[in-house]
Design a protein around this ligand. Structure first.
Ligand code: ASP
Length: 291
């Protein structure tokens, strides 16, 4: 019997000014192949999601983890969330400082605490107690893609995310971000908010990217699930509908979503969305711009 798995990842949607995305494409291809191999070998969706996002954070190629940009105080405040669809458990961190992998801390919030979300200094101190790797010097660790102060008249942004279906039929989703450029200290976007930027249940797993304020106001991630559950829509139609509702509020961006039958939707409204997918039927696609 063939093993049904599916995997999708994104490296942010929005205005993509550099037409040469070959490094990002090579990196996403490698992550997709590793994730596919692990899922086919029986790895749990939640583990693959965390692993892929950890690598995306570490790459410095996306506005998340190492590639994040500072806020207006020249501090790096990062957000991340992870959700296990089969048991509807979730963990998240926001405005986290001084720790290398926000997605790993989000997973620990889910596994090791009775809570879903930890913020600011509380999140950092939890991460230190748990022994997560700390950043010695933010000035040398971070390699911002865009310096603070760039594009101040628009909420430029970038994020990474991953959704997966494993051979046991479990779905998981995760998202990690440096947020929008030039953000006010303390600003938190949609990525770490369960139901806004990240969601997983038994039907679908979703990770969003775009102007977080609009994704929060449209509760995009859980809206995809609601459209499938109450409206009977496919993952494609539900994703497009949820994104269109967000666009009506004035925002742009995209999302990745996988359902329990291995069907993947990756709609986006912006110039581009760095994305890679391994569909349930085995087809693969890695792309940045509209095709
Ligand atoms: N949604 C993220 C945020 O608003 C940014 C992004 O996805 O590009 O923090």
């Amino acid at each position: 019997m063939t093993k049904l798995i599916a995997l999708a990842l994104h490296g942010g949607a929005g205005p993509i000014r550099n037409p040469d995305q070959s490094r990002e494409i090579a990196h996403m291809t490698q992550l997709l192949d590793c994730g596919e191999r692990d899922l086919l070998a029986g790895a749990a969706a939640i583990d693959v999601v965390q692993q892929v996002i950890g690598e995306l954070e570490d790459a410095g190629l996306y506005i998340a983890g190492r590639g994040s940009s500072p806020n207006r105080n020249n501090e790096f405040e990062l957000d991340a969330a992870i959700m296990d669809g089969s048991r509807r458990r979730a963990g998240s961190v926001c405005a986290l400082q001084g720790i290398k992998s926000p997605i790993a801390v989000a997973r620990a919030v889910m596994e090791e605490t009775p809570h879903v979300m930890l913020a600011g200094e509380g999140a950092s101190s939890f991460a230190r107690q748990q022994g997560f790797e700390q950043i010695d010097d933010p000035r040398t660790y971070f390699t911002p893609i865009s310096p603070a102060g760039a594009n101040t008249d628009e909420l430029s942004h970038g994020t990474v995310g991953c959704v997966a279906l494993d051979i046991s039929g479990n779905l998981a989703a995760g998202t990690s971000t440096g947020g929008v450029l030039n953000k006010i200290p303390g600003r938190v976007g949609d990525s770490p908010l369960i139901g806004a930027g990240t969601w997983a249940d038994k039907r679908v797993a979703v990770s969003c990217t775009g102007q977080g304020e609009y994704f929060i106001r449209a509760a995009v991630a859980v809206d995809v699930s609601a459209r499938m559950t109450y409206g009977g829509f496919s993952v494609d139609a539900a994703s497009a509908g949820a994104l269109a509702d967000m666009q009506r509020q004035g925002g742009d961006g995209g999302l990745i979503a996988v359902d329990a039958r291995g069907r993947v939707a990756m709609p986006f409204l912006s110039d581009g969305m760095r994305r890679a997918v391994r569909h349930g039927d085995g087809r693969k696609q890695i792309a940045v711009f509209h095709e």
